[in-house]
Design a protein around this ligand. Structure first.
Ligand SMILES: Cc1ncc(COP(=O)(O)O)c(C=O)c1O
Length: 455
């Protein structure tokens, strides 16, 4: 609660520093036609909306499909072998190589989904009973489920205003049993990797980057998924590049790659990987079948070649929105560890309180601009099935510390995360937005923003 009060105080202090009065009058930093926007009657109050029709963000990803993917898929049909192995030119292998080359990592392994990529990475990292894995309190279920289904114990760290794991909330959660930290790069913004890596190295803990919501993102010049010990990605329908379902595991470590390779394919090593990558250190072990099929590989091979274009357009659009509102008094954008590396899929504002955020969203929607709070993730410790620790077997994992103490989740374990998620509101960008669409977003934000001070 104190956090919530502090954020409200912060917001008002920021606004009064630049002059709330001038803001309400639509003057001050805003000028000319922009000031007029600030004074126009809001659509929520019966005024004319900025747009006649709704500028929507789709619930699914860009799907930049064209002849490229079509041709690749037809070649698979013609080959009459949609299985990834037993080929001289497997599409899955070509995709893996193209993706690894694109992001600059030694090894990429294609799998059936982001979720199975997480299971595969957990197996490679040898996460098992008693091991603790630190996750952000706001991310997707799969991060939690992957740990639990290995028999490990998820430990949640609060997020910060970047919507990713707060590096300052990690170290005190480390115990002798902590084996990995899983920073998720959420809604297009890379997590702040430097301090996370520093803590992990100090305590000899592995780092697995979850890049499912940030494909193509970079942190200080490096693509996400190449920075920690391992990375995973998802190519599910709502992701930057997509084949409907699909995933990948990435690493620069040959032994981790061989473990992942074996785990995803009934422990086999097949051509072109018959030679052990770990120098014969590894033997077979209980594993799965998460192999990607050739149709999926064909689509993804085409999609990788478009990743730069998609991210380039998103970044451009998001930058124009940010620049168009930069002079708004007291404006606080979502924090980022690297603005240039952000893929620009969202522009979020920290509105200080949930009440003000909700008003902002309602007002923007009335102007016919789709607006939302953070999405695509869940406040995991507060989720009913996680709070109740429901699993496939009542006694596994035990959710107990070695001293026998029961681990407790629940909303009370992540108050900051709940507060931050409730304060953030903004727009989901689309690479197909036109110059006019982007301008409408700017106009609508400028129009409704002055009114939020009164909320
Ligand atoms: C952060 C994150 N991790 C993992 C996943 C799982 O990916 P998939 O849906 O491909 O299994 C998702 C899916 O949305 C996600 O958002």
């Amino acid at each position: 609660m104190n956090d919530a009060k502090n954020s409200r105080r912060d917001f008002l202090a920021r606004v009064s520093a630049v002059g709330a009065a001038s803001m309400l009058a639509g003057t001050g930093a805003a000028s000319g036609s922009r000031a007029a926007e600030g004074q126009a009657k809001l659509a929520i109050d019966g005024g004319t909306p900025v747009r006649k029709t709704v500028l929507g963000s789709r619930p699914y990803g860009p799907q930049f499909y064209d002849e490229v993917e079509k041709q690749e898929v037809l070649e698979v049909l013609d080959s009459k072998n949609p299985f990834r192995w037993w080929h001289s030119s497997s599409k899955v292998l070509q995709f893996e190589k193209a993706y690894a080359e694109h992001i600059g990592v030694k090894h990429a392994l294609a799998v059936t989904s982001g979720t199975t990529a997480l299971y595969t990475a957990m197996a490679a990292l040898e996460i098992g009973p008693g091991d603790e894995v630190i996750l952000p309190a706001w991310t997707w279920y799969a991060d939690y489920d992957a740990v639990v289904l290995c028999g490990g114990l998820p430990v949640f760290a609060e997020i910060d205003e970047s919507l990713s794991m707060d590096p300052a909330d990690i170290e005190h959660r480390i115990t002798p049993r902590t084996k990995a930290i899983v920073p998720s790069h959420l809604q297009g913004t890379p997590a702040d990797m430097d301090p996370i890596l520093e803590i992990a190295r100090k305590h000899n803990i592995r780092v697995l980057e979850d890049c499912a919501q940030c494909c193509g993102g970079r942190y200080k010049g490096k693509f996400v998924g190449t920075i920690g010990d391992m990375g995973i990605n998802s190519f599910q329908l709502s992701k930057t590049i997509t084949s409907g379902e699909g995933g990948a595991v990435t690493t620069n470590d040959a032994t981790l790659f061989e473990r992942a390779l074996r785990f995803h394919d009934v422990s086999s090593l097949r051509s072109p990987y018959q030679q052990s990558l770990s120098g014969g250190l590894l033997a077979g072990f209980a594993s799965c079948n998460f192999r990607m099929n050739e149709f999926t590989g064909a689509v993804l091979k085409g999609q990788v070649s478009k990743l730069d274009t998609i991210c380039g357009r998103l970044r451009d659009n998001a930058r124009k929105v940010r620049e168009g509102i930069a002079d708004l008094p007291g404006l606080k954008l979502r924090k980022t560890g690297d603005q240039d590396g952000d893929i620009g899929v969202t522009v979020f504002l920290d509105l200080g309180t949930r009440q003000r955020r909700d008003f902002f969203l309602r007002a923007l929607r009335a102007e016919n601009i789709s607006a939302s709070g953070p999405g695509g993730s869940v406040i995991l410790p507060a989720d009913q099935r996680i709070e109740s620790k429901a699993t496939i077997h009542p006694e596994w994992p035990s959710f107990r510390t070695p001293a026998g103490q029961a681990i407790r989740y629940g909303a009370e374990s992540c108050p900051r995360t709940i507060d931050i998620i409730g304060r953030m509101g903004g727009v989901i960008m689309d690479p197909s937005f036109t110059e006019d669409d982007v301008q409408d977003i700017v106009t609508a934000i400028r129009k409704v923003y002055p009114a939020i001070v009164k909320v």
